[in-house]
Design a protein around this ligand. Structure first.
Ligand SMILES: *Cc1c(COP(=O)(O)O)cnc(C)c1O
Length: 392
């Protein structure tokens, strides 16, 4: 009998080792990882430079709490500032915690302006983590089921719908911030129109509201830029949440903000015992250094375009394929019917994929995949989707 809570529908698999883009089970079977632990292991598994800094830092200093200065936390904040264009960072341990900081900043920003029941505009089908505020902000009723009452102060509108956002902001003087994913991940890799984020920026300027972008999944080079908002100009946010690939598997998240927003926090107003410890920060600094050195944003752009091109060519006119979409190495293949059983079909061909929203295959492979691995991912998927179409 298991003593774990039954919160995950797990595959009948356990891995004991990893090597680059490959996961290996106890029998030595090698499986190509096209999901990276849900967009986390962007540098692949068992990266030698990370293994080295983890061992070195563990033998030096792991944790002090934020009672004293932590120089490597400062160094990480500086790196994140250069990559994002924002000024300040709060270092947390996960995506959900990075978002809690963002929610609190938005509320403080409202109170500062005399709005004492502030609300945040969020989107339907958005995903912002599993805390109570996170599931209240998320626009997916399934993850809220049985956990009511929700945290108040969230107004939902459809994603990628500027007029709906404009109407909501015109109708309410409580909205102090807009929070969206730059590319919706859990909703099935939904890339908004090019004018969406710049349009939200304009709306926020007009209403003196904060533009907050959840880049927990789309950030850290995944989309082909440090952050997905950087594909368009005029979408510079006030707040960004980051996590997933920031630590390549060592738990860490960050909430980034412009000074005028970050300055709303004062000693005692927010905190975390583990947040920003020397081990996690040292790893994140190294992750960002490797992403720079190996030009992984560019790699994501090229490999992602190759995979999408190959999938579109191989799946053209295959019945049941609704849309192939994505940016960089964040790719969705939407089918017209349930795709859940394709997880096993892919595994039978030694490929690990993820299915979200029932009908969308989601690919988040490591950014270090080579051309052959990228082709293998596309070719296996083409085969199994074609086989399914012909079998009825
Ligand atoms: C994964 C994810 C989160 C939650 O991150 P956790 O580290 O699981 O708390 C929040 N927002 C987005 C967009 C995500 O993809």
């Amino acid at each position: 009998m298991t003593h774990l809570m039954n919160t995950y529908a797990r595959l009948p698999l356990a891995f004991v080792r990893g090597e680059g883009a490959w996961l290996i089970d106890a029998k030595g079977r090698r499986i190509l990882d096209a999901i990276s632990g849900i967009g986390v292991c962007s540098l692949g598994h068992a990266h030698p430079r990370l293994a080295e800094v983890i061992a070195e830092q563990a033998a030096t200093l792991i944790h002090t709490a934020n009672l004293a200065h932590i120089p490597v936390q400062e160094e990480l904040a500086t790196r994140l500032s250069h990559a994002s264009g924002l000024d300040q960072a709060f270092i947390a341990n996960s995506g959900a915690e990075a978002l809690e900081c963002a929610f609190k900043l938005a509320r403080r920003f409202g109170h500062d302006r005399g709005i004492h029941d502030p609300a945040i505009l969020v989107t339907q089908n958005g995903f912002h983590g599993r805390t109570l505020a996170g599931i209240s902000a998320s626009g997916n009723p399934a993850i809220q089921q049985g956990f009511g009452p929700p945290v108040s102060g969230f107004v939902h509108v459809p994603f990628n719908d500027l007029p709906a956002a404009a109407r909501a902001m015109d109708e309410s003087d409580r909205i102090v911030a807009v929070l969206v994913e730059s590319i919706q991940g859990e909703a099935g890799v939904r890339v908004p129109d090019d004018d969406y984020l710049p349009g939200l920026r304009e709306l926020c300027d007009r209403h003196d509201a904060l533009l907050m972008l959840d880049e927990v999944q789309s950030g850290m080079c995944r989309s082909g830029r440090w952050f997905a908002f950087q594909h368009a100009s005029g979408a510079e946010p006030d707040v960004i949440t980051v996590a997933k690939a920031l630590g390549n598997g060592i738990p860490i998240g960050a909430c980034l903000a412009r000074s005028r927003v970050g300055d709303l926090m004062t000693p005692g107003s927010h905190g975390s015992t583990f947040g920003g410890n020397p081990l996690a920060c040292r790893v994140a600094v190294e992750v960002m250094g490797i992403m720079d050195d190996q030009k992984l944003a560019e790699a994501a752009r090229h490999r992602g375009a190759e995979i999408i091109r190959r999938l579109r060519a191989g799946l053209a006119e295959v019945p049941g394929v609704r849309q192939i979409r994505g940016r960089g190495l964040m790719i969705g293949i939407e089918l017209s019917t349930d795709a859940t059983e394709l997880r096993q079909a892919a595994l039978d061909r030694d490929l690990l994929i993820n299915v979200t929203r029932g009908n969308t295959i989601r690919l988040l492979p490591p950014l270090i995949i080579d051309r052959t691995e990228a082709e293998t991912i596309a070719d296996v998927l083409i085969d199994i989707i074609r086989a399914r179409a012909t079998s009825g």
